[in-house]
Every structure is written in C-alpha cells, then in structure tokens.
Write a protein that binds this ligand. Structure first.
Ligand code: IMP
Length: 181
C-alpha cells in the first residue's frame, strides 16, 4: 500500500524464534529447579519496556507459583548510550522485603543499568536477588554484573526485535535481528 513501510524491514536474523523458544525453555527449567524450595515467595521483576516479551515467555516456562511486577526506568544518556544515571519512572507496586527476587532483563550492554537496579533493589531487603538476562554483549562491558541466568552472548551489534527497539519500533518482531552496516 502506498505510504506504508515494508514489514518486517530487512534485518539480518541473529536469533530465530525457534532458537529463542528452545533456550527460554531451558532457562525456565533451570529456574524451576533452583527456586523449587522457595514456594510462593518468588517475584519476577521485568524492566519496561524491552523485557516484557521475554518476561511473558519465560514466566510460562517456570513451573512454580510466582508473582510479577514491573519497573519503569529512564536513562539520562542519549538514545544509543547508557549513562548509568537512571531515573525510576514507575516503581514496583508492592514491597519485595523477604521475597526471592529475580530481575528479568532483555539485554546487558554496558551493565550500568543493571548495576543501578541491583543496588537499588538490594536496599529493599529481599530474601535473595538474582539476575536473568536474555542477551549479553560482553564486548561493551563497563560495569561487571553477575548474570545468574543468561540466554545468549551476542556480538557488538545493535540488536532489535523480541522486545528490543529502534526508536520504539520493532519490539513485536518474533526474532532478534540486527542492521547490517
Ligand atoms: P546498559 O545500561 O548499557 O547495559 O543498557 C541497558 C538498556 O539499553 C537495555 O535494557 C536496552 O533497553 C538498551 N539496549 C542496549 N543495547 C541495545 C541493543 O542492541 N538494542 C536495543 N536496545 C539496547
């Protein structure tokens, strides 16, 4: 149709839907095993908006009673570079005191955002605090963060799809792609 962009745009596939599905099933099984003894105190916390698609698929692979909460954060950096100075734009709806908290992230790039989040949540006295990230770009690390559950390490490319955006678009792609330079 005239005036419409082609969809999806011609991104190169980095991780196909089938690869994402298979790895997320493995992560879910691992988390289920590790948290089995903790019963109803498991809380998954996803960071808006990039982690929402991963959260939706991961939580359905965890065979335990759990609750979910969401946090909105904005970085003071520009669009492509995280500054590590983070503002909470929307806070958790409930206290996490005494809960087993698992942060669900889309990607650890410089590590600055995850580092801030970890320190912030730790002050709220959860029973335990761990991090699960779908992707990690090790070449970009500025702050080391311990990723307890990792989907995939990826090369130093700007990736898009499956929750990740370019200027707020393409989050709805069911695969992870990148723009070839
Ligand atoms: P960090 O603070 O540098 O680790 O980056 C954190 C956030 O930057 C992620 O949660 C993403 O929202 C965004 N980000 C980093 N790399 C990419 C990318 O390759 N594509 C899309 N978003 C990214």
């Amino acid at each position: 149709m005239a005036g419409q962009e082609t969809f999806p745009p011609p991104f190169k596939t980095l991780l196909a839907k089938s690869e994402l599905d298979a790895r997320i099933a493995e992560l879910g099984a691992e988390i289920t095993r590790d948290y089995k003894e903790m019963g109803e105190d498991l809380v998954l916390i996803a960071v808006l908006k990039g982690s929402v698609i991963f959260m939706a698929d991961l939580c359905r692979q965890i065979n335990l009673p759990l609750s979910m909460d969401f946090m909105g954060i904005a970085s003071y950096g520009d669009d492509t570079k995280s500054s590590g100075v983070v503002q909470i734009t929307s806070d958790l709806s409930k206290s996490i005191k005494g809960k087993h908290v698992l942060i669900v992230e889309d990607i650890i790039d410089t590590g600055l955002t995850a580092h801030y989040l970890f320190d912030n949540l730790k002050t709220r006295n959860p029973a335990s605090l761990k991090l699960c990230s779908l992707l990690h770009k090790p070449e970009r690390t500025e702050r080391e963060v311990q990723i307890d559950y990792l989907g995939f390490s990826v090369p130093n490319k700007f990736v898009v799809g499956y929750g990740l955006d370019i200027a707020q678009k393409y989050r709805n792609l069911d695969f992870i792609g990148y723009v070839e330079e």
